[in-house]
Design a protein around this ligand. Structure first.
Ligand SMILES: Cc1cc2nc3c(=O)[nH]c(=O)nc-3n(C[C@H](O)[C@H](O)[C@H](O)COP(=O)(O)OP(=O)(O)OC[C@H]3O[C@@H](n4cnc5c(N)ncnc54)[C@H](O)[C@@H]3O)c2cc1C
Length: 448
């Protein structure tokens, strides 16, 4: 299908040179990772660093061309689901442990970037969240305490001088025009703004650079096979057998890093715990290289139903302004060639026209990607409580870059029998009856 618009900017910034290898004969490995996005590659990286295991990644398409090549590229510490909601599902201690793991993920990402020789791939900028709705300001300020306790980055707050006196009483008051200026916004609807550090990163570049690094650093132990979709996984007491293009791959353990894509058919003594707890959501973005201005990231909440985000960053000698927010449930199998919710792009254009001074639309790029939402609104990372050879690192729930890094470290710890503290990421949390009520979607707290 052709389009008058260009697609995602991320693969274009880093043209691929590595040849594609597909599975052509039966193979075996100690661990098979299904899915070659940031979750799969950071899992492989953590396993290579911490073990002597032989690891194979099986990717249905090409490395990094899922959500990792089609996102907004904002590395944010946090979850889309409110801390209070996570605590009520998983328990306060597990929620705090998980937030603590997210708090260290940026440092972990930096050490990966140093190790793969790409320290400048992450740019740290000022991020700012503008909220027009009083109830959302109150929810967000409730979560600040938990973020502090977990060691997440400092957040500065400001509130409009005409806000109700009881709203954030100890926070500095500024004119609405100042809040609008901070938010790069022409309209003055914002009641409060929260500032935090955000990392900007091209995760397609990250994933592809990690793939090349792992293959050259561990030629005996690391295998990456693309155009190799896994259609079924048979689990016995001793091993896992994965079916791929009429061939099989045998392994001791399998890690599903398949985001919101359909989980391959699992044949085992009991169903995988993820069954019935994952739904695919398509997220939409537009981007233009015609704008200018300082680098940074902004997120805009008008009410529960209206949420947008913008990131401005250097891109191939110019400036890229990328905006997202609209999303919709995937119908059937996700196909990157099909736009399932065409109105999403019109909403983004309307938002940019009413927000950014001097914006001339339409943006010349449009792209979309698939996100996986779990019934708890939290990534699932760890061992299936009923099927010991099956592990997960999936379900981005809207914010997936730093959680993928945090979860990969956690998984490597589990696979090397380290003492890993219970956390909100544990797959067993899906078994709590309360998680069923979230099937209609998590409560939003913050998105990048
Ligand atoms: C529009 C959009 C904007 C986003 N913006 C941000 C953001 O700014 N900040 C942030 O933190 N997060 C953001 N996210 C989320 C983030 O991009 C994802 O959490 C992250 O990229 C997911 O990585 P992943 O490796 O889990 O999944 P993916 O990158 O989707 O990789 C999964 C891979 O699994 C493969 N696969 C699936 N099924 C099979 C199978 N049966 N056999 C073999 N391979 C299979 C797929 O082909 C795919 O390559 C955004 C997502 C979208 C869609």
């Amino acid at each position: 299908m052709t389009s008058e618009f260009r697609g995602s900017p991320w693969p274009e910034e880093r043209p691929r040179v590595r040849p594609v290898a597909a599975l052509t004969e039966d193979q075996d490995a100690d661990v098979v990772i299904v899915g070659g996005g940031i979750s799969g590659l950071t899992t492989a990286y953590a396993l290579m660093a911490a073990t002597d295991l032989r690891v194979t990644i099986l990717e249905a398409g090409l490395i990094g061309m899922g959500a990792s090549g089609n996102n907004g590229g904002q590395a944010v510490e946090g979850t889309e689901t409110r801390f209070a909601d996570i605590a009520s599902l998983a328990g306060r201690q597990r929620a705090l442990q998980g937030f603590g793991e997210l708090a260290t993920a940026r440092g972990e990402l930096k050490s990966i970037l140093n190790a793969i020789g790409a320290p400048s791939m992450l740019t740290e900028v000022e991020g700012r969240l503008g909220i027009a709705d009083q109830a959302i300001v109150e929810q967000w300020s409730e979560d600040l305490e938990a973020r502090r306790e977990a060691g997440m980055g400092t957040i500065t707050s400001q509130v409009a001088d005409d806000a109700p006196p009881g709203l954030l009483p100890s926070v500095p008051r500024v004119p609405r025009a100042e809040l609008a200026r901070q938010m790069w916004s022409k309209d003055q609807r914002y009641l409060a703004s929260f500032g935090l550090r955000v990392g900007l990163i091209n995760t397609y570049d990250l994933v592809e650079t990690m793939a090349a690094h792992l293959l050259s650093s561990y030629p005996e132990r690391m295998t990456i096979l693309e155009r190799s979709p896994v259609d079924r996984i048979r689990l016995s007491e001793e091993e896992a057998t994965l079916g791929v293009n009429g061939r099989i791959v045998l392994a001791d353990s399998v890690v599903l890093c398949t985001n919101g894509y359909a989980v391959p058919r699992v044949e085992a003594c009991s169903p995988p715990v993820i069954e019935g707890h994952l739904r695919g959501v398509v997220g939409y973005m537009v981007g233009t290289e015609r704008g200018s201005g300082p680098e940074g990231a902004r997120a805009y909440f008008s009410d529960e139903d209206s949420y947008y985000y913008i990131a401005r960053r250097r891109y191939r000698g110019g400036t890229l302004t990328a905006a997202g927010g609209p999303e919709g449930p995937v119908a059937g199998a996700y196909d990157p060639q099909i736009v399932q919710h065409p109105g999403a792009y019109d909403r983004l254009e309307a938002f940019l026209s009413t927000t950014l001074e001097g914006y001339v639309g339409p943006s010349e790029r449009r792209w979309h990607g698939l996100m996986g939402y779990t019934s708890t609104g939290v990534r699932v990372a760890g061992q299936d409580p009923r099927l010991p050879s099956l592990y997960y690192n999936l379900g981005c729930n809207g914010i997936g870059i730093l959680s993928a890094v945090a979860a990969s470290k956690r998984l490597a710890g589990m696979m090397t029998d380290e003492d890993v503290e219970p956390s909100m990421f544990d797959p067993g949390v899906l078994l709590s009856s309360a998680s069923q009520i979230r099937d209609s979607g998590p409560v939003r707290a913050y998105r990048p």
